[in-house]
Design a protein around this ligand. Sequence first.
Ligand code: GDP
Ligand code: MG
Length: 706
Amino acid sequence: MSTSTVESVRVRTIAIIGNPNSGKTTLFNALTRLRQKVGNYPGVTVEKKEGRITFHDGSEASLLDLPGTYSLTANSPDEKIATDILLGRTAHTTAPDSVICVVDASNLERNLYLVSQIIDSHLPVVVALNMIDIANSEGIKIDFNALQQQLGVPVIPTIASRKMGIDELKKTIETTPKSNGVVRKWSVPEVFARECDELIDLLKNYHKVSEPLAFHEALDLLTTQTPSPHQLDRFSYELMEHVKKDHRRLDFLGIDRQSVVIEARYKWINNVCAIAVTQTKHADMSLSDKIDRVLTHKVWGFVFFFALMTVIFQSIFTWAILPMELIGDGFDLLGQQITRVMPEGDLRDLIVNGALAGVAAVVTFLPQILFLFLFLGLLEDTGYMARAAFIMDRAMSKVGLHGKSFIPLLSSFACAIPGIMATRTIESPKDRLVTMLVAPLMSCSARLPIYTLMIAAFIPSTSLFGILSLPALTMLSMYLLGLTAALTMAWLLKKTLLKSAPPVFIMELPRYKLPSAKTILLKMWERARLFLREAGTIILGVSIVLWFLATYPRLENGTASEQINQSFAGRAGHLIEPLIRPLGFDWKIGIGLIGSILQREVFVSTMGTIYNIKNADEESGTLSLKEQMQNDKDPVTGKPTFTVLTAICLMVYYVLAMQCLSTVAVMRRETNGWKWPLFQFGYMTMLAYSVTFLVFRVGLWIGGGA
Ligand code: GDP
Ligand code: MG
């Protein structure tokens, strides 16, 4: 949130604010002409985004894309950031020099609430009346001049997605005056207005509060039930005493301080709309509404949701197979080439069996991750994601959470980090914390390689009822297990540590629209880049270190198996073996578990490296990792290392265990301390251990102790 202060003194700043989905980011992109880094957090404008705008006279200004908000008095962290920046309430920024308020023309009444608050703050503002194409198609006619007259600030019609009205908007911003100077238009009882003006005066003259802030804080002070810590902290004892006296006087007069302003604003808004808006054709049910009748239906909505999920997992599983095999073959070929041209020795070993085997084991999963992101992108860009949240609201309310919490959980299917960031739209701090604590239980894309490896190697590829493949169903079960665990934990946390009243469900369903190929491809590309970068850095590094740990200390003479057994890695594996034996895991899996504390995918690369070293002298170079794991036997008992049960246990363990340092780091940042990330790491590890133990026991019992 901090900008360099030198910068902000020199360059004019203009902030874009508006309701969620009103088109802020689209407008921001059109104005800056610079494709912005949306970051890793698709769909949510969370971070402050900054860009440059060049005016006709060649001068420049800095443009801010603020998080969406319905009002300046709302409470989610996202909305607070927007308000704080807009009013210059943060430590390092002053209020912007001017504001573009983006308004969804097809939803004028609701959007005007924020506009009325911004006008009151006296900030120089231009209203971008966006989405007039949609308003038109819905038969809403807006008289732009009348609206401008009513508001007292410039109104420019735009269609941001088609870059229409952008030039006009730019010209208007260039010439906006320093302050909008509009006098309060909504009417409140005389006394209230007088107290308010008095407070503004005190704030401005004795507390050196800037003008926009003074208008805002005065209303806040008058309407608050009890002063907030922020207010007590910021204002003098004398001022707060003054405020208390005002409260008593207004309460005595029977004025409902909390609702009087809100009601006055809505009355004013209704009036403005009556003058400036005409509904030409009778609003018939839009296509979106018709679709929603089915897709948000109590029964059909659920049926569709689960059918869709099944199709998605089935597709991820089947479509990705061919490209995955091709990538695997490519790496094999590369390994063979290197083996051919390099002299035998440790270096060749390190490259082929260490680095290459580790990286290959992980990169093979790129196609699946791309498919996962393709589907998530489609769900999000068509507008279905919000429906999923709506459908899941009933389930969510059973565990005491808001439907809104489901979107962070859904994003966590991709990665828990954007999921945790997306919780910033949740108003209640406790609900937000609960959502963050359970988000990493949702199966992220880093688990995909582990599931796939285990399923491909040990789950028979037969099909049920002729259509549903057993491997795909197994994978779906892992995702459902994660979801169930997340909901159960949320319920438990809400009942115990983080008790609070269940929230009310208000959520807006955006219109359905055709997905944009560009948006989705961009997201897939960003994810692919990130994934390959990790493979080229972390995975490569860990694979090399692991090769050393698995190769030294050298045995004078002995098979590769004995060698690995005696190596540093082997010893570490043996060290924790007693701890993981009860879960059905041997010391080799132990090495994988230790390595993947950093990051889950490392498990797969670890197995790749270990089995490659282990089988180096057995002429099994052409065997895939999958086959090597299938063939692996305990040298003493002759029993296979992996059984179907081991594979299931291992997947269950990874569904529930934390095993991701990046998530810990993000949790620390978002909760401002170590307490919650440590709690999360602890409870997830215990949960993983105990559930896996149970599954293993029950599995043994069913299998007759096999
Ligand atoms: P934000 O949440 O305010 O940043 O909204 P976005 O900029 O992400 O826009 C939300 C959706 O509305 C996107 O799919 C845009 O393509 C679309 N959109 C933006 N402006 C317009 C417009 O003027 N007309 C139409 N039809 N769609 C728009
Ligand atoms: Mg946006």
